[in-house]
Design a protein around this ligand. Structure first.
Ligand code: HEC
Ligand code: HEC
Ligand code: HEC
Length: 349
């Protein structure tokens, strides 16, 4: 028999109508308890692996040369991932084990993926599974810190995890305790990617927290950390931190990358007219300065360089004065950023 195109079309239409009929009948189970058929499960994972592999083709991982990446990621993992995936310190919950698909124990799964593949899973999430995308776009730096952390998970002890995530930090009210697991001055050092808040201007701290809350400054880590807190609570936390004694990273390794501090000082004091870079000190570190302008001394080189790069890429929002930094950062070269950061990190208040 000759198969005509009309027969093919009719067979196709019949299949579509049957499919809709079955879906309409309500006989198709959508409950999570019984799980997928083996073939569905295989197919979905096959699609996911192919998609992640293709997305990762063009992605070059940065060097994982700063052990402080792990602290920021471990703290965020505890707040944003552990309730589904469990952690080195805690088994997955019964709730999570009844999800479909079940969020896997990452100890077993991480070694199956390359760094670049993990990057895409964590940045983009996995559709139809409950695995969320990173809460903030354009924060590749945060996602890479998470990848660096995930790579350590298979061999991480519960004790190491608790230390990295700051779960043992004590003192302060409960709300401060959560913030302290990342921001406690004794947890910071010259390589920290987490900023020092103690003794920072109260106005700047408060307005920055509001900027995270309103999505004007994007950080998956901070936006998760303050989720659920009211503006009054944020303002009160800003007051608490502003009243603490400001520490300094100067005695730690204030210049971990060996940058030229003298050149940094010159840029901070005089700017560079030829490249339309104003002197940083016209706005920062002034006793009579606008309280919305942050102190930079006492911050680490990696934190300062990271923020300057984000400003330069126009991915760093902030307070209503945030736009002032965009033209400043736009004209800085990589070497300028390293030098001026080393200068501020080594500066005593
Ligand atoms: C609401 C629950 C949920 C949260 C929160 C969650 N995940 Fe997932 N995650 C899942 C599920 C479900 C899968 C399985 C996806 C699949 O089967 O394809 C998954 C898969 C993954 C995978 C791939 C593992 C594999 O081989 O399937 C990684 C890596 C991962 N998650 C990391 C994270 C990180 C890091 C965070 C926090 C930033 C996080 N997840 C937050 C539910 C969650
Ligand atoms: C998981 C670690 C973590 C936790 C928990 C955390 N933070 Fe942060 N915080 C960070 C990181 C990382 C940044 C830098 C984010 C960025 O790049 O914008 C930051 C930035 C900030 C800033 C901006 C500082 C500046 O100099 O611009 C403020 C203010 C702040 N955090 C306050 C808090 C408060 C208050 C809490 C508690 C409710 C808190 N943080 C909890 C890691 C954390
Ligand atoms: C015209 C005023 C002005 C000048 C000049 C200026 N800044 Fe800023 N800077 C600001 C303001 C305002 C902010 C706060 C942005 C926000 O988050 O709202 C800021 C923020 C920053 C931050 C982020 C601090 C943090 O805690 O996250 C860094 C780093 C910084 N400036 C470095 C510099 C450097 C380096 C120079 C000189 C090359 C410079 N600034 C010149 C006004 C200025």
């Amino acid at each position: 028999m000759v198969v005509r195109w009309k027969h093919v079309l009719l067979a196709f239409l019949a299949a579509v109508i049957l499919g809709f009929g079955f879906a309409w009948s309500g006989l198709m189970g959508v409950g999570a308890r019984s799980g997928h058929w083996a073939v569905t499960d295989w197919f979905l994972h096959w699609v996911m692996r192919n998609s992640v592999r293709t997305a990762a083709l063009q992605t070059e991982p940065p060097p994982f040369d700063n052990p402080e990446m792990l602290k920021l990621a471990a703290g965020h993992y505890e707040q944003g991932c552990a309730f589904c995936h469990g952690s080195p310190a805690e088994e997955r919950s019964a709730v999570s084990r009844n999800m479909l698909p079940e969020p896997p124990d990452l100890k077993e799964k991480v070694p199956e993926w390359t760094k670049a593949e993990l990057f895409h899973i964590v940045q983009d999430g996995v559709r139809f599974t409950g695995m969320p995308a990173w809460p903030a776009p354009h924060r590749e730096d945060e996602v890479w810190s998470m990848v660096a952390f995930l790579e350590q998970v298979p061999q991480m002890s519960a004790e190491d995890y608790r230390q990295l995530a700051g779960l043992d930090v004590t003192g302060g009210s409960n709300a401060v305790l959560d913030c302290q697991s990342c921001h406690a001055p004794e947890r910071l050092n010259g390589k920290s990617l987490i900023p020092s808040l103690a003794g920072q201007s109260e106005t700047y701290l408060r307005e920055s927290l509001f900027a995270y809350a309103d999505g004007r400054r994007l950080s998956g880590v901070m936006q998760t950390a303050i989720a659920g807190l009211s503006k009054e609570q944020l303002a009160s936390l800003a007051r608490d931190y502003a009243s603490m004694q400001r520490g300094s990273v100067a005695n730690h390794d204030a210049n971990p990358r060996g940058a030229d501090i003298d050149k940094g000082r010159e840029l901070a004091e005089k700017g560079r007219a030829a490249d339309r870079i104003p002197a940083c000190l016209t706005c920062h570190e002034r006793a009579d300065g606008n309280p919305s302008y942050p102190k930079l001394s006492g911050q680490s080189v990696p934190y300062l360089t990271n923020q300057l790069r984000l400003f330069r890429q126009e991915h760093r929002g902030g307070t209503v004065f945030g736009h002032l930094m965009l033209p400043v950062a736009n004209n800085l070269t990589d070497a300028d950023i390293e030098n001026v950061s080393a200068y501020f990190a080594s500066k005593q208040e």
